[in-house]
Design a protein around this ligand. Structure first.
Ligand SMILES: [Zn+2]
Length: 183
């Protein structure tokens, strides 16, 4: 995971705020976990389960619902936003999340973990606009931390502390060996 290049001037304050917000309130009733389980258990009805999952999220965060489209494969024309959008995307104007079941290159079925992680990632773009009211939804360290918090909550796995390595140009990438070791 790699962060975006920090924008200049007008958007910079929002970018820095997004970078700084590293936690997300999470529902305490376990309902997202239960719905995530049903996404895994019922691949034939994955769209409905995804819609339930996103409706549950939107209710909890008190933001407008977003739409969901589950595609068999990655559409040919996708607005690229770096390497983060390999398995899904979000349209801030139509509030539509799209996720696809097969990877673009090797056409393999996306694993459940990757699929759920993508859903959480795209929903965090929705939150950036609708809850935090950012002008753009950048991939900052804070963005990835929020998406990871939501993912681990929904998956029922313990959250990991993310360790970052600074890159030239104000970007960061995750230090996976260190993150996986826990320090
Ligand atoms: Zn993204």
């Amino acid at each position: 995971m790699l962060t975006d290049v920090p924008p200049r001037k007008a958007s910079r304050a929002g970018f820095l705020e997004s970078d700084r917000i590293k936690t997300l309130d999470l529902p305490q009733d376990g309902c997202l976990f239960a719905i995530a389980k049903s996404i895994e258990a019922k691949p034939a009805d994955v769209r409905r389960a995804c819609a339930q999952f996103l409706d549950g999220d939107s209710n909890f965060y008190n933001v407008p619902d977003c739409g969901i489209r589950v595609l068999a494969a990655r559409p040919l024309r996708v607005r690229e936003r770096g390497t983060s959008e390999l398995f899904g995307d979000y349209d801030a104007e139509t509030l539509l999340i799209r996720v696809w079941m097969r990877t673009a290159v090797r056409k393999e079925i996306t694993s459940f973990g990757t699929f759920l992680s993508t859903l959480c990632h795209e929903f965090c773009h929705h939150l950036d606009y609708q809850k935090f009211r950012f002008r753009d939804s950048w991939h900052t360290r804070g963005f990835y931390e929020r998406a990871a918090a939501l993912y681990h909550h929904a998956r029922g796995t313990p959250p990991k502390r993310l360790f970052w390595v600074a890159l030239p140009g104000g970007r960061w990438r995750i230090d996976w060996p260190r993150t996986n070791r826990g320090g």
